[in-house]
Design a protein around this ligand. Sequence first.
Ligand SMILES: [Fe+2]
Length: 281
Amino acid sequence: MYSHSEVMPSAGPIVSDEACIVQTDNQRDLVRITSRSVQAVIYVPRTLPDWFLNLAAAVENGAFEVPRTILQNVTHDEVEQWVEVNVSTTRLSCEVLTALKTDIMELVDCLAGLSSARRFSLRIFTGAPTTDCGFHVDTVPPGASTCGLLRVYNGAGTAYVEPANVTGIRDFYHYLSRRERLERERAVARRNAVLEDCERLEREIKQLDLQPGFLKHRGQVQIAPAGSIVAFKHLDISRHWSNHGKELAWIHCSPMQGNPRLVINISNPQPVQRRTGWIAP
Ligand SMILES: [Fe+2]
């Protein structure tokens, strides 16, 4: 696998090819995702509250589980109701559960502030990493605000690449289309229990991930650590597979091995509502 280099928070953007990623230890910098050229803002708190440790232990030993869930096009109140019912276990203290629920709702409020969203798509799950997904970009429906948020609460962080280390978006999509084809073929081989094909495709996927072909320096892959909040650009799906600018989407990859993690991703589900009203003649 990659030799990931841990990211240390540093103020200010790393500018390259007009696209940049901001690394910061100041939560207020998340608003910089609204700048056209900023692909992602990675906020790494200097310290994490104690409840993160209790939560991490419970997720990793299976005491706290959340089934893979997507809440599609829901309001703040609908998220809150879902969280109240589903973020629960008798194996975590009320204090930890309350802290987590509050944190989730603060993420929703944060995205509402960044993108003026009133409806949300929220993806949440606990689960161990797999090799099912390589480097990719997240997408939103045509016309939706492209700002989104990711928080991984424990375990291995999210890998990403600096825009300056990407040879070109065409090269990235070449990698992505090949990876998706191999994943589809492996899924068929698994379904049909053809062990020989499964093993061959596993090898091909590993080889592709070792040499993805769109990185100038394949050893230079960064990690947004667990506990960080990443505000990042989702690609308008109408631009997917096109030779768009690097600033339009954050190229990232979930870890492929390690303990179960709690992951939350919030994005915008619908086109931006343009304000209409009386216009002076
Ligand atoms: Fe993603």
